[in-house]
Ligand binder design. Structure first.
Ligand code: SF4
Length: 212
């Protein structure tokens, strides 16, 4: 396993390759950004960014979306995977925001996770991106990179990965570490054909060494 120091060094190296790593979802107000994150489950950020301008301009507030027709919302997002479920989540989540939170996006993980369509990863992304509250969202890229590099055991589940990374990485690095690991997973350490031969972390990577 990589030590704390090695883990931090690996994150720094990723930062050298991807100095501008940040969210690929269009940044908006917390309400709309949270909807974007819900829409991005099993869909690319690019596909989400294509549908959200029209959707958000039609539904500007939680109250408007809370009273929306499901068929109309589906129509706006039908190019995105799982759009029927997602339309239901968007409306229900907006209804809950209005009913339980005065139409404001809450700023705690527990409250966020009480909303329809908002799981642990979405809650962490919203806390970090909208409110600058340190949180570590584990997605498929973070999970793969952490396991390949030996930051976490291969058998770890999402919750364990989140816990271990939060222990190994200083809190003030969580948000940028999350972005760097996503970029690194997207463009260097891809699921199918990771670029191990050109990887600056090859020396400390057990998986890379077994591949080259
Ligand atoms: Fe990923 Fe290969 Fe780099 Fe290891 S050496 S981090 S497997 S790209």
């Amino acid at each position: 396993m990589l030590t704390k120091e090695e883990t931090v060094t690996a994150i720094e190296v990723m930062g050298e390759i991807f100095p501008n790593a940040t969210t690929s979802l269009t940044k908006t107000d917390p309400f709309h950004f949270m909807l974007s994150v819900i829409l991005s489950a099993q869909a690319t950020d690019k596909s989400v960014n294509l549908v959200t301008p029209a959707l958000f301009s039609r539904y500007k507030t939680p109250l408007e979306l809370a009273n929306a027709s499901r068929a109309e919302v589906e129509d706006y997002i039908k190019t995105i995977g799982l759009y029927r479920n997602k339309a239901r989540f968007l409306i229900k989540c907006s209804q809950e925001l209005v009913a339980n939170f005065n139409g404001e996006v809450p700023q705690t993980k527990k409250e966020l996770m009480s909303l329809s369509g908002v799981g642990r990863k979405t809650a962490n992304v919203v806390l970090a991106e909208c409110f600058g509250i340190p949180a570590f969202a584990v997605d498929t890229h973070v999970s793969r990179v952490a396991k390949r590099l030996g930051m976490v055991p291969k058998t770890s589940d999402v919750l364990e990965i989140e816990k271990i990374l939060m222990e190994k990485i200083p809190q003030d690095m969580w948000i940028k570490a999350h972005h760097r690991m996503i970029f690194f997973g997207r463009y260097q350490c891809m699921a199918r054909n990771p670029k191990c031969e050109t990887c600056p972390l090859l020396e400390i990577c057990p998986e890379g060494q077994s591949r080259v």
